[in-house]
Ligand binder design. Structure first.
Ligand code: SF4
Length: 470
């Protein structure tokens, strides 16, 4: 499932991993990461691989020995943005006398392959998401042969078996990729083409990685997958587990970490997973469950394989299982053939389900996807009008959800410094950012906070006592 939630919007962000102070003997690598949490996670794993080969992370491309663009192909004009960034980096490479190694990774690399080298021949390495463990070998090959290297195959070997253990802390709230690829083939989505078929990591490897993240200071782990609710991995002692069983095993680990997973497809939310929400206090009562449209006609055109009623019934069952469950979703407006009536149905769905937050996007054709070939494309002006209307409703619902918290107490896990001096920032159980005045020594701890104010996208309050779990 494409996760639009935390940043599939194309905005380059430098990896949030702790910056390593460059040792004088170490080479410096800068990774610029676009897109979703899975890319953020992948950037961390590339750093782990490179750290074993004498590289330390630097936050800026200036003066770096190697710059990797870890790209996202979800939004429109993704590759144009990559080429524009490459133009800027080309000047830095020239200033370095050609020594700077430029690599393009991620979904744009996978989708565009050698076209990248045709348009930007100064790029040294193009690598797809399944080949990151081979990065040092590619660097060596580039140095030996002088030729650019392209590796975009879907390998038979499992990259996770070859990636080293995490060597640096991943923060209080860490990501853990458990599944990659997707077999759903929604009409608008490039993921099945750029990330390949669904693949689940074995449970034992995930549990080892989770223990390591906890040892490195993680207090919340978000399991990642393009379609994470379809995770089906080898069980530690033979047989196979589904996601609910994996969540139960993770909840039993020492360390009492909060658990989340994203992103899910409604078709894969089965009874066992719903019961996990009922039974596991460590599983946070916030679920990102994309629906994309409220019209059955458009859901069929999107090849979503569920109806609006299926979605509504699923939400009811989830809320029966966990009454305080808050929901987030993704909506695409202006999918080809979407009429005013279809759009009205989406608005109805929004009003009947009520979301704590949602991400709304204008449909944009992605080359090679079935929707891009449909004849009736909605005009840009109409897409813009629908988007504005939908976003207005979402803003209202989010504001209501946040303001309902005022006066209540909430468990907040502090994850980092706040924007203002003396402030720290945390997350509520429902994924709301919460600002309080407090010492940095509380980062990594969970406290009970009295919520005093609601803002459009966050809350603020006062710590009242040590945290506990409901
Ligand atoms: S094909 Fe559909 S389910 Fe799969 S990642 Fe894309 S949007 Fe999600």
């Amino acid at each position: 499932m494409v996760d639009n939630s935390v940043g599939s919007v194309l905005q380059a962000s430098q990896s949030s991993l702790n910056e390593t102070t460059a040792n004088i003997d170490l080479k410096r690598v800068c990774i610029l990461t676009w897109g979703c949490q899975m890319n953020e996670y992948d950037s961390g794993r590339m750093l782990d691989v490179l750290a074993l080969n004498g590289y330390a992370r630097t936050g800026t491309p200036q003066g770096a020995d190697m710059v990797i663009l870890n790209t996202c192909h979800i939004r429109n004009k993704a590759s144009e943005k990559v080429f524009s960034e490459l133009g800027r980096l080309r000047l830095m490479k020239e200033a370095s006398g050609g020594r700077m190694i430029l690599a393009v990774a991620g979904c744009v690399a996978q989708a565009e392959g050698k076209d990248i080298l045709a348009r930007a021949p100064f790029v040294d390495i193009v690598l797809g998401p399944q080949t990151y463990h081979r990065l040092p070998e590619m660097v060596a090959r580039r140095a030996r042969s002088g030729d650019a290297v392209i590796e975009t195959e879907f390998l038979v070997e499992d990259k996770f078996e070859f990636l080293p253990e995490q060597s640096s802390p991943r923060g209080v709230a860490a990501f853990l990729t458990v599944q990659e690829g997707c077999d759903k083939f929604c009409s608008f989505c490039v993921v099945p083409y750029t990330r390949g078929a669904e693949q689940s990591r074995p449970a034992a490897a995930i549990l080892v990685e989770a223990r390591r993240l906890i040892a490195l200071g993680a207090r919340e782990i978000t399991l990642l997958g393009q379609n994470v609710s379809a995770w089906h991995g080898d069980a530690p002692n033979g047989g196979s587990w589904d996601l609910s069983r994996l969540l139960r095993a993770l909840a039993a680990l020492p360390g009492q970490v909060r658990l989340r997973y994203t992103t899910s497809h409604p078709r894969d939310m089965d009874l066992a997973l719903i019961e996990a929400h009922r039974d596991l206090p460590m599983l946070m009562p916030f679920l990102h469950l994309p629906v994309q449209s409220g019209s059955d006609r458009i859901l069929a055109a999107m090849n979503r394989r569920h109806t609006m009623d299926d979605y509504r019934r699923l939400v009811d069952r989830l809320r029966e299982a966990r009454q305080d469950l808050a929901l987030s979703s993704d909506f695409i407006v202006g999918h080809p053939e979407e009429t005013d009536e279809d759009f009205e149905a989406t608005i109805c769905l929004l009003h009947s389900v009520r979301f704590a937050q949602a991400y709304c996007f204008k449909y944009s054709p992605r080359p090679g996807t079935p929707a891009a070939r449909l004849r009736f494309q909605v005009s840009e002006a109409e897409k813009g009008r629908r988007l504005q209307m939908l976003q207005g409703i979402v803003r209202e619902q989010q504001a209501r959800f946040n303001s309902d918290s005022v006066g209540s107490t909430m468990n907040v896990l502090f994850t980092g410094p706040g924007r203002h001096s003396g402030q720290i920032l945390g997350r509520s159980l429902y994924f709301q950012p919460v600002h309080v005045t407090g010492p940095a020594s509380l980062i990594g701890e969970e406290k009970v906070v009295l919520i005093r104010n609601a803002h459009p996208n966050s809350l603020s309050g006062t710590i009242i006592q040590k945290g506990f779990r409901a």
